[in-house]
Design a protein around this ligand. Structure first.
Ligand SMILES: Cc1cc2nc3c(=O)[nH]c(=O)nc-3n(C[C@H](O)[C@H](O)[C@H](O)COP(=O)(O)O)c2cc1C
Length: 209
């Protein structure tokens, strides 16, 4: 299976080659892989910023423990979850489903009400934590798509989300930077690419019940 081979090839890139950029076609493929991510109820409660602008990335680097990947990569993906528990998200999803699948809106509305009822049981902090989790599924799709295309990436939580929210004007859009991933091409000088992967042994990680 090529996926396993490619997952062994990938690693959390510490040093990117700043002179190598992702081409437009591959960038579109990465975006499509994110678009196809699974999400709870199919709601996709996030927006993904794809940042190329270097001046902006320099600012973000200062809010990312000064990690060089922010500016040396080709593009920076910022996964932002919606922070407001807004019924509009569900209504939009139901309308899109009706249009795309040609299903009657009245039948789907009942499903929409079910989702609304179920989500209303979450506290505000549970809702935020849950919407943040959705972004990690999209991050995972991005990492796998990168591996398939032999593009390098580094998933990152090492950044100050409050500062990102401020710099990127996310709060007024009801968004929060949850997780990020600089994407590009490894530098030959990045010694971490030669390190063996450290993973739990299969018999510790899995239990057949
Ligand atoms: C959610 C998440 C956050 C991470 N944050 C950082 C980070 O801020 N900086 C960094 O260099 N690596 C970061 N990593 C990379 C992990 O350390 C790395 O994926 C892990 O050690 C496994 O190594 P591998 O990805 O090279 O196989 C993060 C990984 C994940 C999944």
């Amino acid at each position: 299976m090529r996926l396993i081979e490619n997952l062994k090839w990938r690693y959390a890139t510490k040093k990117f080659n700043p002179s190598k950029n992702i081409n437009e076609a591959d960038l579109e493929t990465l975006k499509e892989a994110i678009q196809l991510s699974v999400s709870s109820y199919g709601l996709q409660l996030y927006k993904v910023l794809v940042i190329k602008d270097h001046k902006l990335r320099k600012e973000l680097k200062d809010a990312s423990w000064n990690q060089a990947q922010i500016t040396d990569s080709s593009h920076l993906f910022v996964f932002c979850n919606y922070t407001e528990r807004c019924e509009k998200h569900i209504d939009n999803y139901i309308q899109a489903t009706a249009k795309i699948q040609g299903s009657p809106l009245d039948k789907l509305s009942a499903y929409g009400d079910f989702i609304k009822g179920s989500l209303s049981q979450k506290t505000d902090s549970e809702w935020i934590s849950w919407s943040e989790k959705q972004t990690y599924l999209a991050l995972s799709n991005l990492l796998m798509a990168c591996a398939e295309l032999k593009i390098d990436a580094c998933p990152m939580e090492g950044f100050e989300s409050d500062k990102y929210n401020e710099i990127l004007g996310l709060k007024r859009k009801g968004l929060n930077a949850a997780v990020i991933a600089p994407v590009g091409f490894r530098s030959e000088e990045d010694h971490t690419q030669f390190r063996k992967k450290v993973r739990k042994p299969m018999d510790i990680l899995f239990e057949l019940v």
